[in-house]
Design a protein around this ligand. Structure first.
Ligand SMILES: [Zn+2]
Length: 375
């Protein structure tokens, strides 16, 4: 396939990439040309979405939308026991298109400590049924309580057997820890994510009398990642610090077993200096997986964030194209995929084709061992 980046555009136009005479008129040409062409499809034309939500009942709909948007494989990240078991049966004919991660429902812990003793076996049973890994959702660290009614920290000793078992099973641990910075700031109309918080008041963790600080919970997560250097961790939503490339950069240096997915965070990434974003994705090109957080729920769908509804083919194309545009073009001041996550424009980072292909395909293919699923 023809590679459509800045250099090739110049070459195709019969010009040298260093042609000084052209530079003055370059930016306008780049946006127009690239936006109208390359962002219509992902380079390589095959993508693994490392972060979607599909249920047994919605597999057909998910496959249809995936087919329309070059998504070859999707990881349904986090289904609790009954949903997971139903999915594990229903997805068998689609094993080369879909996989799932197991998610704990921690509520039984409140009635009995027995729950936590059998938790590692619960994970092993899920892995035997095909789980690609275990998803630890944001409730752990913020709201999960033990049998004494005490808040459980992510690095609590009682959870160690779960991480040890995951290591033994060679399965990935996906951490969705805390939430965006704005969700820990006061819940009112001055909050820059107000539209979203107003729709989901339960996403606010601003009340410090009820919730621990964002920083302390992230630290607990990082303690686990550091304690298990042989275990791979998919830190979803850009490790939940998409507001600041420098912070994630420090973490990635400190913890070589930390991997990222980009789901539902292009709004935050794309409002930062695109040169910084590009350098970050180039530096960690082997440890970042593409994700959208596209949800296919029995009662309606969600495009990364926003209200539940059923989307038209055009609305879905627009959603995915906003992703391709961010990664593949140097467009300036364009829409991000999840408008409810902030009322601002983003800038594309224009990654080279070989980098984009790792993020869209190679990394997840390798980390999830998708060869064994026939992908
Ligand atoms: Zn999600």
């Amino acid at each position: 396939m023809r590679k459509l980046n800045r250099r090739n555009f110049l070459v195709n136009a019969g010009l040298s990439a260093s042609g000084a005479l052209l530079l003055g008129s370059w930016p306008a040409m780049a946006s127009k040309y690239l936006t109208s062409d390359v962002s219509k499809y992902p380079l390589g034309k095959r993508v693994i979405d490392a972060h979607i939500h599909v249920h047994a009942e919605t597999i057909d709909r998910a496959i249809r939308v995936m087919d329309q948007n070059y998504i070859v494989f999707g990881n349904s990240i986090g289904l609790t026991k009954n949903d997971f078991n139903a999915f594990a049966k229903a997805y068998l004919p689609f094993k080369d298109r879909l996989g799932a991660m197991y998610r704990y429902d921690w509520t039984p812990w409140q009635s009995s400590a027995k729950f936590i003793q059998s938790a590692p076996d619960e994970l092993e049973a899920a892995v035997e049924k095909g789980a690609l890994g275990v998803k630890i959702w944001k409730d752990l660290g913020l709201t999960v309580k033990d049998e004494k009614g005490q808040l459980v920290a992510i690095d609590d000793e009682r959870l160690m057997p779960i991480w040890e078992r995951a290591e033994k099973l060679n399965c990935i641990v996906a951490f969705h820890t805390v939430d965006p910075v704005a969700f820990f700031e006061p819940w009112n109309e001055h909050n820059e994510r107000w539209e979203e918080l107003e729709l989901h008041p339960d996403w606010s963790f601003a009340d410090q009398s009820k919730y621990p600080s964002r920083t302390s919970v992230l630290e607990q997560r990082n303690n686990v990642i550091k304690a298990f250097p042989n275990l791979k961790f998919q830190c979803v939503h850009m490790a939940n610090y998409s507001e600041n490339f420098d912070i994630i950069d420090n973490w990635m240096q400190e913890m070589p077993n930390m991997m990222l997915d980009t789901s539902a965070r292009l709004g935050e990434l794309g409002r930062q200096d695109p040169a910084v974003g590009k350098a970050f994705f180039e530096k960690y090109q082997d440890r970042i997986m593409f994700g959208t957080d596209r949800m296919f729920r029995p009662d309606g769908d969600v495009q990364g964030a926003g209200p539940k509804k059923y989307f038209t083919k055009e609305e879905d194309n627009r959603f995915y194209e906003a992703h391709w545009r961010y990664f593949q073009t140097e467009s300036r001041g364009v829409d991000h995929p999840t408008p409810i996550q902030g009322n601002w424009d983003i800038d594309g980072i224009g990654l080279d084709e070989q980098v984009v292909k790792k993020i869209y395909w190679d990394n997840a293919y390798q980390y999830y061992n998708l060869k064994s699923q026939g992908v």
